[in-house]
Design a protein around this ligand. Structure first.
Ligand SMILES: [Fe+2]
Length: 268
């Protein structure tokens, strides 16, 4: 039966000290009022990633209905690998190691306007393994010393697809190294190991060492949350305030369905 899904019906249960919350009270077929939708969307900015759980695999219509709660998804993500037309990401089409899915990244940072949000649901999962991890870029920023914060704030970095040969002649973009979230007003680190090529204005060895240090920093377990996929599980994440990666420890079929939401250019 359709419910109204009032804002009071929503409850966010934190999963770790820095990132991730389970959203309780989101129902399929509900017609939420604007206040509920706003609370859900703000929660993505606040927690970085929201997890939802349903008792069955979401078909196209179900997935679209949940996706619509979080914004207007884009028709196609601009940085999809060759030969991948549909929004379904299939492990057979995109083996994690070949596509560097198991390396910390945020989607589309080589675009002028990378996606702001993404949503993923599991259709078929391996018996074990193939988890997805997210890292909080708020926590990564907060944990840097004031010396490094001072050095990084105001810098810009070049993002390219140089490390991803399956994306030939991909776009490039320059973005601030430190962004500020428009909802939470928190600062976040915005460089990632898949797409950030260099820091603008630095000598190559300076830029390489600094980026390497920051990638190591992102790898800190205190910034992470990890989801074991089950059919019917959904994750919605802020593409700016988090990075994500898969864990390439499985065999067999792993089918996830993804949509992304357009963003405005990242700003400091
Ligand atoms: Fe990704």
């Amino acid at each position: 039966m359709a419910t109204s899904m009032a804002k009071e019906d929503l409850r966010f249960e934190r999963v770790t000290g820095t990132i991730g919350a389970v959203a309780h009270g989101v129902e399929l077929g509900a017609t939420p009022p604007p206040a509920t939708i706003e609370a859900l969307r703000d929660a993505v900015h606040e927690f970085g990633v929201l997890f939802l759980e349903f008792d069955h695999v979401l078909d196209d219509a179900d997935f679209r209905a949940i996706a619509d709660l979080f914004g207007q998804p884009e028709d196609g993500y601009a940085l999809r690998p060759r030969d991948v037309e549909s929004p379904v990401i299939d492990s057979a089409m995109t083996p994690m190691e070949d596509y560097r899915i198991n390396v910390w990244h945020t989607d589309g940072s080589t675009l002028e306007c990378p996606p702001q949000t993404a949503i993923l649901t599991a259709l078929e999962v391996p018996e074990y393994g193939g988890d997805t991890m997210w890292a909080s870029m708020y926590a990564a920023w907060d944990a840097l010393s004031s010396h490094y914060q001072h050095l990084l704030d105001g810098l810009e970095a070049l993002h390219s697809t140089k490390k991803l040969p399956f994306l030939d002649n991909g776009p490039t973009a320059t973005h601030p190294v430190v962004l500020r979230d428009p909802v939470t007003q928190r600062k976040m680190l915005y460089v990632n190991a898949n797409y950030t090529e260099s820091i603008v204005g630095m000598h190559e060895h300076e830029s390489d060492s600094l980026l390497e240090m920051l990638y190591e920093h992102v790898n800190t377990p205190e910034f992470h949350v990890r989801l074991r996929w089950r059919p019917g599980r959904v994750a919605v994440w802020d593409e700016r305030a988090t990075q994500h990666r898969g864990v390439a420890d499985f065999t067999g079929t792993r089918k996830l369905r993804r949509l992304t939401y357009p963003g405005t250019p990242p700003t400091a």
